[in-house]
Design a protein around this ligand. Structure first.
Ligand code: SAM
Length: 350
């Protein structure tokens, strides 16, 4: 078991040869526990309306320059059909915290996807009420993703201006609730947020273990010029306590996450692939990850889900994107998983 000091030492390690040992170990553990298949999750960003003012996020309510959209139920169901036709076992529905996506409407959407397909449904709709989370689970939703973003409560509160608009004390409380009512539960962090230290990254990795999560998605913080943190980033990035928001640190966090949580599903995130366009997605898979989440949001909406600028493959049609991903998997000796790809961590608790 890794201690906090060992984790910090790895996070600060600069020697490429020594880091090879970390990549190798994470890759072996990944192979031993979750095998060589890579599960594909088709993500649909169903609305970019958001009531929150998260200081890092390009779709936060304060960004008045962004064009807003919300998909209709029929548009979403049509995309879900494409996802199933390509043999993906899971659809992920993600959105800003959009009050117009009512609890009832999402319930109806889940029921229709479940009736019309064999897809697992993952929701990523933010901090919704216990009643809604329960109703969606009952309607058939399988998984819920809610990142705690940073293990430092002070930093969390600083970047999520309080709105007193919900029943929850904090996101950890929501994660416990999601587990309790039977969701496969996912969380994760951003890496390199202004003010985030190496010590705090290590705390987050240990917190993943303590929370006994089923999925853990980590991505670099990518500054968005139209957000408060996008502006602050320039000032913070030179401090030596500041954790970098680069691809290397993201891969280290994922590799260490795999070592402390061997049975979880870990995506090689689009944010990682965005900051390292050549190798990001592939390196993620070679350093602990076993899942990818290709974007299926239809054009022209996709460009407006601008949580950060320059998202990778923002305009590729699904079939083209899929062919490229299969080619990349083939190159690294992995295969596409069939079926839902339920987390081993979840299965072992049943
Ligand atoms: N509203 C839901 C929520 O907050 O969980 C889901 C949508 S939110 C846009 C999805 C994720 O985008 C967040 O958990 C955050 O990690 C990521 N994100 C937002 N802005 C980002 C940025 N500037 N750089 C990297 N990731 C970002």
């Amino acid at each position: 078991m890794l201690s906090k000091n060992e984790i910090i030492r790895w996070l600060k390690e600069k020697d490429a040869q020594r880091l090879e040992a970390l990549w190798l170990q994470a890759d072996r553990i990944r192979e031993q526990y979750v095998g060589n298949t890579v599960y594909f999750r088709g993500i649909i960003e169903i609305s970019n309306y958001c009531a929150r003012y998260c200081k890092y996020c390009g779709i936060n309510a304060g960004n008045k320059t962004l064009k807003r959209y919300r998909l209709s139920m029929d548009e979403i169901l049509t995309v879900a059909q494409t996802i199933e036709r390509l043999d993906y076992g899971t659809v992920v529905l993600q959105a800003g915290e959009d009050p117009a996506l009512s609890g009832e409407w999402i319930t109806e959407l889940i029921k229709r996807i479940k009736n019309e397909s064999d897809l697992a449904v993952t929701l990523s709709l933010g901090e919704r009420t216990p009643e809604e989370l329960e109703a969606w689970r009952l309607a058939g939703a399988d998984r819920y993703l809610l990142k705690f973003e940073t293990a430092d409560l002070r930093l969390f509160n600083e970047i999520h201006p309080l709105q007193n608009n919900g029943p929850w004390k904090n996101r950890l409380e929501i994660l416990h609730f999601l587990k309790q009512i039977g969701y496969e539960t996912g969380s994760g962090i951003m890496i390199g947020l202004p003010g985030q230290t190496y010590d705090e990254l290590a705390e987050a990795i240990l917190l993943f273990q303590e929370l006994d999560l089923d999925m853990i998605g980590n991505g670099p913080f990518i500054p968005h010029p139209d957000t408060p943190l996008g502006k602050e980033y320039e000032r913070m990035k030179n401090s030596d306590q500041q954790a970098p928001n680069d691809a290397l640190t993201t891969c280290k966090v994922n590799a260490l996450t795999r070592m402390v949580c061997p049975t979880v599903n870990i995506p090689s995130t689009t944010a990682l692939a965005t900051i390292d366009r050549q190798q990001g997605r592939e390196n993620g898979l070679l350093r602990g990850a076993n899942v990818i989440m290709p974007d299926f949001t239809p054009l022209p909406y996709r460009q407006w889900y601008e949580i950060y600028p320059g998202r990778l493959q923002a305009y590729k049609p699904p079939e083209e994107q899929h062919a490229l991903l299969l080619k990349m998997l083939h190159k690294i000796g992995r295969t596409m998983g069939r079926g839902k790809g339920v987390s081993l961590n979840y299965l072992k608790k049943r």
